[in-house]
Design a protein around this ligand. Structure first.
Ligand code: AMP
Length: 400
């Protein structure tokens, strides 16, 4: 079966067409600036030249229409007819407490996703736009929602309740939800294979280190604790997000800088993190380049990032009875897959636990590989994530 995977942002739409017989990528692309002047589509069918289409697109339905046209284009498309698409899988950011797994989309599911607009005001509305656009353009095709939060619904209350008045949980559902669940789940399944365990037996600390970053303690294949929280702002510092700070800083800064809620939200989500500390960039490649040119704030930014990552990993070791019970530390996403230096720096900070990187094995990017020494107390693995494939697998399992 051929499955179309869709990931809608507020002004963007990423897609992949995957042939599940052999899990082969047939086509992929990105629509940018939806609803903004200068929209464009970058489409690539496997084995053919890339195609860029510049055309104003007023909404996600327009965007999806041009994606469908690109997929079946006789010159640069991947399939002859839209009838070949067996199902559509959507990345949906927030399933709240309603979804602990992926589901076939029906009216009740749409209502439940809408109910969670409150906790994911930036993410869930475009996800619904994508679902509604598919309903109009491919009315007979089954759609599946795969939630970023679902994998983390197995966390015990001690790891998701904040130390706030309990009625904030009861009245407003304020709790830790966790994100990047599809990625943590994907690498968990791959890691289980790599260490020869079944996927409901494997114990891991999985580190998704990209522009957004989160670390998860995986116990017996299930999320047990994770660093992102009520929103993706909590936990590690990220490209532009602050991660954990003293909450009192918020009212202090609002007062000093005369910021309202939207202003402080912007500062914490868009102006902080590695960009905030370095003043250089949110992209770690730029940070590394600035460091090579002697920029000390860039060096400080990366040091804070790596130090926090090591602290979370060390903290998550406490969720297991013994180091021998931990099957591995997994690095994934942009930085985790590609930066040998960051992996080495983080693991070095864990040497008190006897974790040891093999610098020769680690000198690579983007490969699925064990990069720790034989003597290391815990294996260290690099596993390139593949959220789209995970979404396609869940979609296939539900519709077949
Ligand atoms: P992601 O959010 O997973 O797409 O990760 C994107 C981030 O990965 C980028 O902002 C870069 O900072 C980082 N990244 C990608 N490639 C490299 C690389 N070769 N070295 C260091 N960082 C990288």
């Amino acid at each position: 079966m051929k499955i179309l995977v869709i990931n809608c942002g507020s002004s963007s739409l990423k897609y992949q067409l995957i042939d599940m017989d052999g899990e082969q990528l047939m086509a992929k692309g990105l629509v940018e600036r939806i609803g903004i002047e200068g929209s464009r589509v970058k489409h690539e069918t496997t084995g053919k030249d890339k195609k860029v289409i510049e055309q104003d697109l007023k909404d996600h339905k327009d965007a999806l229409k041009i994606v469908m046209d690109s997929i079946i284009d006789s010159e640069y498309g991947a399939i002859a007819s839209l009838d070949e698409i067996g199902a559509v899988g959507h990345r949906v950011v927030h399933g709240g407490e309603d979804f602990a797994d992926s589901v076939i989309i029906d009216e009740a599911v749409i209502e439940a996703i809408k109910k969670n607009f409150d906790v994911a005001p930036l993410h869930n509305p475009p996800n619904i736009m994508g679902i509604e656009a598919v309903s109009t353009l491919l009315p007979n095709v089954k759609q599946v929602a795969v939630f970023d939060t679902a994998f983390h619904q197995t966390m015990p209350a001690k790891n998701y309740i904040y130390a706030l008045p309990y009625d904030t949980y009861e009245d407003y559902k304020i709790r830790r939800y966790g994100f990047h669940g599809t990625s943590h789940k994907y690498v968990t399944e791959r890691a289980a294979d790599m260490v020869g365990k079944s996927k409901d037996q494997v114990n891991l600390v999985t580190c998704h280190l990209g522009n957004g970053a989160s670390i998860t303690a995986v116990k017996e294949g299930k999320s047990y604790d994770t660093t992102m929280g009520f929103t993706p702002l909590e936990g590690l510092p990220m490209g532009t997000r602050s991660g954990n700070i003293d909450p009192a800083i918020i009212t202090f800064l609002m007062d000093k800088k005369g910021l309202d809620g939207a202003g402080i939200d912007n500062l914490l989500n868009k102006e902080s993190g590695v960009l905030g500390i370095s003043g250089v960039s949110s992209d770690f490649r730029d940070i590394e380049e600035a460091m090579a040119n002697g920029n000390q704030r860039a060096e400080l930014a990366l040091d804070v990032y790596e130090t926090d990552a090591a602290k979370f990993i060390a903290g998550y070791f406490t969720h297991f009875d013994a180091l021998e019970d931990i099957d591995g530390i997994v690095f994934t996403a942009g930085l985790g897959e590609n930066s040998a230096e960051t992996r080495a720096n983080i693991i070095k900070k864990l040497s008190v636990f006897g974790v040891e990187i093999d610098s020769e094995a680690n000198a690579m990017r983007g490969e699925e590989k064990i990069v720790s020494t034989d003597a290391s107390s815990v294996k260290v693995m690099v596993i390139p994530t593949n959220e789209e494939l995970m979404i396609a697998r869940d979609t296939l399992n539900l519709v077949k």
